[in-house]
Design a protein around this ligand. Structure first.
Ligand SMILES: [Zn+2]
Length: 181
C-alpha cells in the first residue's frame, strides 16, 4: 500500500471513532507497506486517558509482531501525535511517522514542541500534512456538531454528562456523610 492508501485507512479509523462520539483520530502501523495494526481513539468509550489511536495501534502491533521493537514499521496517524504518543513512538523505535493535520494544542512534532529533534536515543523521521485537509475537516465537523449539541442542551436546560457526574458525586458524598457518625 502507498503512503496515501495507508493514511486513508487511518482516516477510516478516525471515522469509526466519530461514529462512537469520540474525537476522530485514527492510526495505522504498517510494515513494508502492509497494515500490521489499526486503531482509533476510544478515550470516552474506554474511559481511559491512554486510549489514543497511536498507543492502541502500537500496542496491537507489538502483540501482532510479538516484540516491542517496531524498527521495521511506520506509523500513519490523522493528527499530530501528543507527548504520550510520541513517547511510545520513541520507545518502540518506529523510524518513520506520517501525520495528517497539525495539533496546535498538543502536537509534539513541531507544533508545541518537536520531541523527535531532542537528544533522545531515537530520532524518527516525521512528515506532516498527508491528507491534512481531510483529517482537519473530520475534526472540525466533529467539534462543530459537539458545540451545536451543547448549545441545544443548554437552551433546553438539559444537564451535560459532566454536570450529571458532578451531581452524582455530590449525592454520594452527602450519603457518605450521613452514614459516618
Ligand atoms: Zn496521543
Amino acid at each position: 500500500m502507498t503512503d496515501e492508501e495507508l493514511m486513508r485507512r487511518a482516516l477510516d479509523e478516525a471515522r469509526a471513532a466519530a461514529a462512537l462520539g469520540e474525537v476522530p483520530v485514527g492510526a495505522v502501523v504498517a510494515r513494508h507497506g502492509q497494515v500490521v495494526a489499526a486503531a482509533h481513539n476510544t478515550r470516552e468509550t474506554g474511559r481511559n486517558a491512554t486510549h489514543h489511536a497511536e498507543l492502541l495501534a502500537i500496542d496491537a502491533a507489538c502483540r501482532a509482531l510479538d516484540g516491542w521493537r517496531l524498527w521495521e514499521c511506520e506509523l500513519f496517524v490523522t493528527l499530530e501525535p501528543c507527548p504520550m504518543c510520541m513517547g511510545a513512538i520513541l520507545n518502540s523505535r518506529i523510524p518513520r511517522v506520517v501525520y495528517g493535520a497539525p495539533d496546535a494544542k498538543a502536537g509534539c512534532c513541531g507544533s508545541v514542541v518537536d520531541l523527535a529533534a531532542l537528544p533522545f536515543n531515537h530520532h524518527p523521521r516525521v512528515e506532516g500534512g498527508l491528507l491534512e485537509a481531510e483529517s482537519a475537516a473530520l475534526l472540525a465537523e466533529f467539534f462543530a456538531a459537539l458545540r451545536a449539541r451543547r448549545a441545544e442542551q443548554k437552551a433546553l436546560g438539559i444537564p451535560t454528562a459532566w454536570q450529571l457526574r458532578k451531581a452524582r458525586r455530590a449525592a454520594a458524598q452527602a450519603e457518605h456523610k450521613e452514614e459516618t457518625p
